[in-house]
Design a protein around this ligand. Structure first.
Ligand code: ADP
Ligand code: MG
Length: 215
């Protein structure tokens, strides 16, 4: 049995065509099903539906052989025990520093002010501000980062941006690029050795499907 860990939402939606290219069709839609283990048209392949941030953990410990995770999530996890053969170029977005409209981020940085930054991405944020020589106090949040500058919890946030619509709706603006993000295939290193006959064809099919997708 080969187990693939996926999260619901945009990553699942953009993964369906890649699975199809590997001859794998889920038997149910995770958005409407309440099942956490989904069968597929292939008797030897199943999907487990987990929180996006938990995908690397399932694969690291071999509870799933393969998984698809955002690079944002992989940077926070650290990638221990994971083979990362492919950038699938799906679920593309950018990790950005954002502030309230009217807050002069660059002036504050220039003055050497100590900034309070709220984020789910503390590792990426720590590295970014250290590289820039900006002094920050990081506040870990688990969601709705956009709220933090509006209620005085933080001067800035580090969050994912794609269209910028959420920032705009909350009168925030992106001021600095941290990292380009897309989703990657991750593979358990032991699975790759011990289940190669089953795992390698899936990697290959994903590779050619995501390459075609971008030609
Ligand atoms: P959760 O709500 O569980 O934190 P999301 O569905 O918001 O998860 O995000 C899951 C993954 O999708 C993220 O780790 C990221 O890689 C990607 N992602 C998040 N936001 C965007 C976006 N605006 N555009 C494209 N991809 C995104
Ligand atoms: Mg979200």
């Amino acid at each position: 049995m080969i187990t693939i860990a996926l999260s619901k939402g945009r990553i699942f939606e953009e993964t369906v065509p890649l699975l199809a290219a590997a001859g794998i069709v889920p038997s149910e839609d995770p958005e409407s099903s309440r099942k956490l283990i989904l069968a597929t048209n292939r008797e030897d392949v199943r999907l487990v539906i987990v929180r996006a941030t938990d995908v690397p953990t399932y694969v690291q410990y071999g509870a799933a052989d393969l998984g698809i995770a955002g690079y944002d999530v992989l940077l926070e996890h650290g990638g221990v025990g994971l083979y990362q053969p492919l950038d699938l170029a799906i679920a593309k977005c950018r990790l950005m520093v954002a502030v309230r409209e009217g807050f002069d981020y660059f002036a504050a940085v220039k003055q050497g002010a100590r900034l309070r930054v709220a984020t789910k991405y503390v590792e990426s944020a720590r590295e970014h501000f250290a590289k820039k020589g900006v002094h920050v106090d990081l506040i870990k949040l688990y969601g709705s980062m956009e709220l933090a500058p509006l209620v005085g919890l933080a001067d800035a946030i580090v969050d994912l941006v794609s269209t910028g619509g959420t920032l705009l709706a909350n009168q925030l603006e992106a001021v600095e690029h941290v990292q380009d993000v897309s989703s990657r295939l991750v593979v358990n290193q032991a699975s790759l050795k011990l289940k190669r006959a089953g795992v390698q064809p899936i990697i290959d099919a994903f590779a050619s499907a995501s390459a075609h997708h971008h030609d």
